[in-house]
Design a protein around this ligand. Structure first.
Ligand code: IVH
Length: 675
């Protein structure tokens, strides 16, 4: 569809946003998408194009802005309109029944309808909407004052940015932000691969994520949000109706059909909900730590009132964390691609939370020592949210007489795979095998990392084939991939002509992969995707990174001592330098694009680009800024150095710039500035 006028463009943009907000809701909150992912992506792309072309219609709550904006400096403190209370806990049916009896007595025997919900194990959040748009997201804090984490909460797909239909002009809604197991486990796997410390549990990680300075990182974390209370404005007279309404407005709420919310007028109904979920919780894709029981009718809630800390109209029932005892058969040690050694407890198989547990993670030597583990110990195992359960305690009274005579399990001094002496640096939690070149799991691990989708994306090569090629002596490191020949591969098992061609094509195509991914693919400790991007952008080439001093490296945005030292160590090894040379000779990208004529005239400056340009186009202006060391910001803030404005800069941006005293310059001014 051609767009001929600005009015038409605005209409189309607003229409696309509305459609995308709706489809987002259907996809994430209702789990009933009505269009395909591809169609969704096409609408999104169309909107992106139009927004790019017509920046005067920009909106920070556009569906295109979910990936997050510029880093913030700290979080503003905000007072809650109504305090965010906590709940008193109960742990058994007697306590629940006592609470019900007290409520009934206080209401002079009136019938009470109770609502039962899950108790989500995450972080409480308060969202304020005005004119149907998300205005503020505030953490609970101490219950009276919280922190404004709007920029981070905006990245959560299940939080609607703009509501459709008939909603009150201003209202507050509360709920819980949590980290679903699958995404949490994926994050930890990635961290483990990068040689970073893994996170302990989804709840703390959700809390930590909300407090990150860079919302673009938060966006990668796939947090989720379930709402459980509307504070005024719903125009209903019960909690269950309010939850229904919130669902209609576009929020993710528990639905009765899934039995995640239910009502009952007697304790049998309440208890049966608890019993069902005590078992079913293990099949949920996220953590709950109990059930919340609320008096449904608002008028009854009001009459019951509250104590200083918690309401009398609601209570939580906390599940017991399931814990089993089993025998620790032995501790084995795994070697990762960075050489990090991870101890794993091998257990006598035992049933826990619906699955058979045979292994538990032990993280590192400190944990073994803290638990005081002995081979053959009877240990208590619990399941948090992680796939792999943890050992939480040892039953020392069950040790046989002779066991205590031996001291506990000692961390090996040598690599279990290649027998090299292990090292453990000061302040480091992990032991490492330093034999990077000769230790088999490190070699195959590095190659597998190198070919992965996020690295060189070499099609036609999986981790099994890698081991096969290493065993056949065809590859010793990643550079030998580039000299593989069809006639060497064809005799191997499972290597038909077609698969060989696919592999060789994949290897060839990888030569075009941008430099930042080549840098990431090397698998240098602590150099994950984001760090590789930052280094590539700041230093421009492999040569520059190899020659940079620790100080120079630490000057790069977000690169600290730990990463800088790791880079220096990596490139101080002749083997690594030679490997890079071989990769470079094979034709891999060793330079970031467009560094010609680069200066650092705009270094450290965050610059916002707005409007339509004449000399360069919009992308041209952005490139120019980056070429001279500046950063293109997506929204105007106190940190914006200046705004490069073309024709038709939006009035709201102009107003904001004036309010914050941010200078507005023209395209020509920018060109003059960088000479
Ligand atoms: S109602 C006063 N409903 O539990 C009313 N809270 O200990 C309190 N929580 O801070 C909120 N799931 O973070 C409510 N379905 C649910 C909940 C829930 C989890 C959390 C919430 C609150 C804490 C109270």
């Amino acid at each position: 569809m051609g767009i001929s006028s600005e009015i038409e463009a605005e209409k189309r943009i607003l229409e696309l946003r509305k459609q995308l907000h709706e489809h987002n809701h259907l996809y994430y909150n209702v789990a009933e998408p009505v269009i395909s992912d591809k169609e969704f992506d096409m609408l999104m792309k169309k909107l992106e194009e139009l927004e790019e072309k017509y920046p005067q219609f920009a909106d920070e709550l556009s569906p295109t802005k979910r990936p997050g904006g510029d880093p913030v400096d700290g979080f503003e403190k905000v007072n809650h309109g109504y305090p965010m209370l906590s709940l008193s806990n109960t742990y058994n049916s007697e306590e629940v029944e006592e609470w019900m009896a007290r409520a009934e007595k206080a209401l002079e025997g009136e019938e009470i309808r109770y609502v039962m919900e899950l108790k989500y194990d995450g972080v409480a959040i308060s969202l304020v909407y005005e004119g149907g748009r998300l205005l503020k997201a505030v953490t609970r804090g101490d219950g009276v004052t919280g922190e404004d984490v709007t920029s981070n909460v905006r990245t959560i797909n299940t939080v609607p940015l703009v509501l459709g239909g008939d909603v009150p002009d201003k209202f507050e809604i509360r709920g819980e932000i949590f980290y679903p197991f699958e995404d949490f486990n994926r994050l930890n796997r990635e961290r483990e691969e990068n040689g970073e410390q893994v996170f302990a549990n989804p709840r703390n990680t959700a809390a930590g994520s909300l407090k990150m300075q860079d919302s673009r990182v938060v966006a990668t974390r796939k947090l989720d949000c379930m709402m459980y209370a509307i504070i005024e404005g719903a125009d209903v007279d019960s909690h269950s109706m309010a939850v229904k309404k919130a669902g209609e407005w576009g929020f993710k709420v528990p639905v009765e059909a899934d039995n995640m919310i239910s009502t009952s007028v007697d304790s049998a109904g309440v208890m049966s909900f608890i019993e069902v979920w005590d078992k079913e919780r293990h099949n949920l894709p996220f953590a709950i730590d109990g059930v919340v029981i609320k008096v449904d009718r608002y008028d009854q809630q009001e009459r019951l009132g509250m104590t200083s800390k918690s309401p009398r109209w609601a209570i939580s029932y906390k599940f017991e964390t399931e814990r089993v005892i089993t025998k620790l058969k032995e501790v084995t040690y795994q070697v990762g691609r960075t050489g990090a050694i991870t101890p794993v407890a091998n257990l006598e198989p035992v049933q826990l939370g619906g699955t058979t547990v045979k292994r538990a993670s032990l993280h590192n030597a400190d944990q073994i020592e803290k638990l005081g583990l002995h081979d053959g110990d009877m240990v208590y195992v619990e399941k948090g949210g992680e796939i792999i359960p943890k050992i939480v305690d040892v039953e020392e009274s069950l040790r046989s007489g002779t066991m205590d005579m031996f001291s506990g399990i000692e961390f090996p001094e040598h690599c279990p795979e290649c027998k090299t002496e292990l090292i453990r640096e000061e302040g480091e939690a992990n032991h490492y095998c330093p034999n990077a070149e000769g230790c088999p799991p490190q070699i195959t691990g590095r190659i597998t990392h190198f070919i992965a989708r996020k690295s060189m994306n070499i099609d036609g090569l999986g981790s099994e084939t890698v081991s096969q090629l290493v065993e056949a002596g065809l590859i010793a490191d990643v550079s030998s991939l580039y000299s593989l020949k069809a006639e060497e591969l064809l005799p191997l098992e499972r290597m038909a002509e077609k698969s060989v061609q696919k592999l060789l094509d994949g290897v060839e195509a990888s030569k075009k992969v941008p430099f930042e991914r080549v840098l990431f693919a090397l698998g240098i400790r602590y150099v994950g995707e984001t760090v590789a991007k930052k280094l590539a952008k700041a230093l421009g080439s492999m040569g520059a990174i190899m020659e940079a001093s620790q100080e120079q490296l630490e000057e790069v945005d977000e690169i600290g001592e730990r990463i800088a030292v790791s880079l220096i160590e990596y490139f101080s090894l002749e083997d690594n330098r030679a490997l890079v040379k071989r990769l470079s000779d094979s034709g891999l990208q060793m330079e970031a694009e467009e560094i010609e004529g680069a200066t650092d005239k705009l270094a450290g400056k965050s610059i916002v680009v707005s409007g339509v340009f004449e000399i360069l186009d919009r992308d041209g202006v952005k490139k120019l800024i980056e070429q001279h060391g500046g950063k293109v910001g997506s929204s105007i803030s106190k940190k914006t150095a200046f705004i490069v404005a073309g024709d038709k800069m939006g009035p709201s941006k102009k107003e904001k710039a004036e309010k914050l005293g941010v200078a507005i310059i023209s395209e020509q001014d920018l060109l003059d500035m960088v000479g």
